[in-house]
Design a protein around this ligand. Structure first.
Ligand SMILES: Nc1ncnc2c1ncn2[C@@H]1O[C@H](COP(=O)(O)OP(=O)(O)OP(=O)(O)O)[C@@H](O)[C@H]1O
Ligand SMILES: O=C(O)c1ccc[n+]([C@@H]2O[C@H](COP(=O)([O-])O)[C@@H](O)[C@H]2O)c1
Length: 210
């Protein structure tokens, strides 16, 4: 590879809870794009989920630490938990650029579903200058992906990359639904995360929205 700049992946998410879909995606992108590490960044206030009830950040952060601890290339950053207000990715990208300097290239990893909404993200054109996006295929969002990337013109061509992975029909919504329904989540989340959810009694309250 001719570009010698450090390459870091950012896996942002609500992680309510984190599941093996997140881990498989992050590892696939790490390998494909030769990234040195992946920073998992739990969102304090996910901008597009402000009307939803979400689990307190300390639980989501701890589960993210547990899920990633066996991979030496994965790290968890509390950067968005330390900020007030909606967790806009552009603010995180600016902060990371200050922290790591201009010699680092950032790759923000998202499922295809999130990319379909990219045009509504805060300061998206500036964000696309600050980092690359890797859009991984996800069930239900494969068809429109190329069109969305195309709509961003040159910026899309150069800074939004599509990575096709074996589709994983796994979501936090389904996991919360399973727990409410008393069904197993074994092997869908890492074992330590499963134990934590059970110990803390997370997602069992029937008032919790799925
Ligand atoms: N199975 C999956 N395949 C590909 N990408 C995924 C998958 N699950 C999550 N992602 C991506 O990971 C990022 C963080 O996702 P998030 O924490 O919102 O999980 P989620 O499973 O989508 O949650 P929810 O069901 O509550 O919306 C998003 O960019 C999302 O598209
Ligand atoms: O910056 C924005 O406007 C923006 C809008 C929607 C989502 N995001 C980020 O995208 C990531 C995935 O979001 P979510 O809601 O699918 O968990 C997470 O890091 C969010 O902070 C960011």
């Amino acid at each position: 590879m001719s570009d010698n700049r450090q390459r870091i992946g950012i896996m942002g998410g609500t992680f309510d809870p984190i599941h093996i879909g997140h881990l498989v995606v992050a590892e696939a992108v790490r390998i494909e794009y030769h990234l040195e590490k992946i920073l998992f960044i739990p969102a304090a206030e996910p901008p597009h989920k402000q009307q939803m009830q979400i689990t307190p950040a300390q639980h989501r952060y701890l589960m993210t630490v547990m899920a990633t601890c066996s991979n030496p290339h994965f790290q968890v950053s509390p950067i968005e938990l330390e900020r007030q207000g909606p967790s806009y990715t552009v603010d995180t990208a600016i902060a990371l650029r200050k922290l790591y300097g201009t010699d680092t290239m950032f790759y923000f990893i998202t499922g295809a579903d999130a990319v379909l909404e990219l045009a509504s993200w805060k300061d998206i054109n500036f964000l696309l200058e600050l980092c690359h996006f890797v859009a991984v295929t996800r069930p239900g969002s494969v068809e429109q992906l190329n069109k969305v990337i195309h709509n961003f013109g040159t910026q899309g061509k150069e800074h939004i990359h599509r990575l096709d992975i074996p589709l994983l029909d796994i979501s936090s919504t389904d996991i919360r639904e399973r727990i409410k329904g008393g069904r197993s989540i074994k092997y869908i989340v890492p074992e330590n995360v499963e134990n934590y959810i059970l110990k803390e009694g997370l997602y069992q309250n029937s008032a919790f929205p799925i």
